[in-house]
Every structure is written in C-alpha cells, then in structure tokens.
Design a binder for this molecule. Structure first.
Ligand code: SAM
Length: 300
C-alpha cells in the first residue's frame, strides 16, 4: 500500500506552492529514486570507479554539475555495498541533492571550516575531498550515536583533517571563528518523503516542523556569530517548507548578513520549486533528486 502525505503537510504545501506544484511534488514523493553515489577522491579516482562499475555490469549516468557524482541504474544500494571499492571507502552512497551544499561552499586547502550538524558525514567527507584533504574541518554533532557513525565514516573515507566534536553547536564558544560554515540543519525531512514504500509510517508532524524551525533559528544565529566578517556560509535543509527555509533566513539575517545569489544555471537540469528569497534554491523531489533547500549567506 502506498504511503500518505500527512494532512497538515498537504495543506502547507498547497498553501505555499499551489495545487499544480503540489501534484508535481506528490509525483516526486511517489517516484522510485535512483541510487546515486559520490566517488571519494581522497581514496580513488572517478575513471577507476567507472571502470569498476562497467566490469561489475552496473550501468551509470553522469551528472552535469559534478564529476564525482554518478547515478547508477536498475540496481539497489545492496549491489554497491558488495563492491570492494565501497568497502574500502572509495565511494559513498549519497543523494544528489545533498551533494549540492558542499559544491557551493567550495572548500579550499588551508581554510578553517565548521560543519555544524555533521553526522553521518556525507557532506563533511565531501568537503574534505573537495579541498584535496587540505581544509581544516571541525565537524560538530550533538547525538553521540550518530557521532560514532560520523567517526566511522571519517576514518573509512580517509578524511584525516577533520576534528570531531560531540557537542551542541548552539553552545559553541563565540571565541571560535571560521572562514566558512556549513549549516546542514536538522529538519522535518519534508523533501525526502517516499510514498512508494509499502506500509510506510510517516514521521513528519506539525510539531516536528515547529521544533525544527526553532532549532534552525538558533543554529543560524550561532553560525553568524562564528563566521568571520566578509566570509560565506551555506544554510541547507532537506525540507521544502518555507517555515524551515526562507522564514528562518528572514528572521535571522537582518542587517548583519546578506544572501549571495546562487544561479540555477550553475546546476543545469535541476528540478526547481519557486522560492520567496531571490537567489536561494529549492529542489523539487523527483526520480533523481530529493527535495532540498540551499542558501549561500555572507556575513557583512
Ligand atoms: N550533514 C549531514 C550529512 O551530510 O551527512 C546530515 C546532517 S542531519 C540533516 C542533521 C544532524 O544534526 C543530525 O545528525 C542531528 O543529530 C544533528 N544535530 C541536531 N541538532 C544539533 C545541534 N544543536 N548541534 C549539533 N548537531 C545537531
């Protein structure tokens, strides 16, 4: 049996996007998403992985905006788990949407970067790889069990220049300062709903949306305290609700920070939803992408 969109969420989405776009989102929730992976260049290289996939009889598709991202076809994740290159940390199963925030943060060697909500570490390890292992990354995670998963992934993927902190990012000392910050905030997950799974239990509630919004606001305020003036950060969520995205940015930014526009042309072929803050990006769920929100922010 197909899962249902909770009533409150349907109302919110229709209210925000209108009936036609709600139907588009719904078909994205119903779509069976392709398995996607990221080649971990700290351990291997893209051509080597492509050859391995061919030898294993796994066909793949490239992604226009990232050399390391591959869409694999007609297989389940378990087929990737079996590959030695997966077991050795040479590839990481990661959704395409979740690869976008690190691409826009553009981590470079020598930069001091904070990842404020890091586990299980898809984006932390991607940032490490994008900087060639040369950025100094502080990965902060509040949940101890998830932090262990993060530790495991950092080690497996050879992300050596990462300092792991098991702490609530909201309580970090304002004495710290960073060149760049990724705030991939905890959220309701309204972009990642999957209705095609049998008997799926929906965990998204109105209470979760408002609780997430409160945490997001506190985390973004803290991020702007810890970011060096004139420097940039990324705020992202896997929610497509304005309550957790544009509303948070509007509440927190004020005069202290501004949006650095992301141009959709930089990411061709992306299914986009309208946004109320020009220059931010909201991705519509479909068979390739999860619903996601990304904003680039500069501290004045
Ligand atoms: N960035 C991660 C990745 O790419 O793999 C996914 C992060 S997930 C959306 C949000 C994470 O933030 C969860 O692991 C959650 O436990 C953690 N978290 C929630 N509140 C936090 C806080 N106040 N400080 C630090 N981590 C927090």
């Amino acid at each position: 049996m197909e899962g249902q969109v909770p009533d409150f969420l349907q109302k919110k989405l229709v209210n925000q996007y209108g009936e036609d776009l709600f139907q588009k989102i719904l078909s994205g929730y119903r779509a069976k998403r392709f398995v996607t992976l990221r080649v971990n260049t700290l351990k291997t290289n893209v051509d080597f992985v492509k050859d391995l996939l061919k030898t294993a009889g796994i066909s793949y598709q490239k992604v226009s905006w990232s050399k390391e991202a591959l869409i694999v076809q007609e297989i389940k994740e378990a087929a990737i788990w079996e590959l030695p290159v997966y077991k050795e940390g040479g590839v990481y199963l990661q959704s395409l949407s979740s690869m976008i925030p690190p691409v826009f943060l553009d981590p470079k060697g020598g930069e001091n970067i904070l990842d404020m909500a890091a586990a299980p570490g898809g984006k932390t390890t991607q940032m490490a790889a994008l900087s060639g292992g040369r950025a100094q990354i502080t990965a902060c995670e509040k949940n101890k069990i998830r932090a262990e998963r993060l530790r495991y992934n950092l080690e497996k993927q050879g992300a050596a220049n990462v300092y792991l902190m098991v702490a609530d990012s909201r309580k970090l000392d304002d004495f710290f300062s960073f060149d760049k910050i990724l705030l991939d905030a905890p959220c309701s997950g309204s972009g990642t709903l999957k209705l095609e799974e049998q008997g799926l239990k929906q965990n998204i509630t109105e209470e979760l949306v408002s609780r997430s919004a409160k945490t997001q606001e506190e985390l973004l305020k803290k991020a702007l305290k810890l970011l060096k003036p004139g420097h940039e950060m990324i705020y992202s969520t896997c929610s497509i609700l304005a309550d957790e995205n544009e509303a948070i940015i509007e509440k927190v930014l004020g005069k202290s920070a501004e949006i650095v526009p992301i141009s959709p042309e930089e990411l061709p072929d992306l299914p986009l939803l309208p946004v109320s803050i020009q220059g931010t990006l909201c991705i519509c769920p479909d068979k390739f992408y999860e619903g996601f929100f990304v904003a680039k922010i500069r501290k004045r």
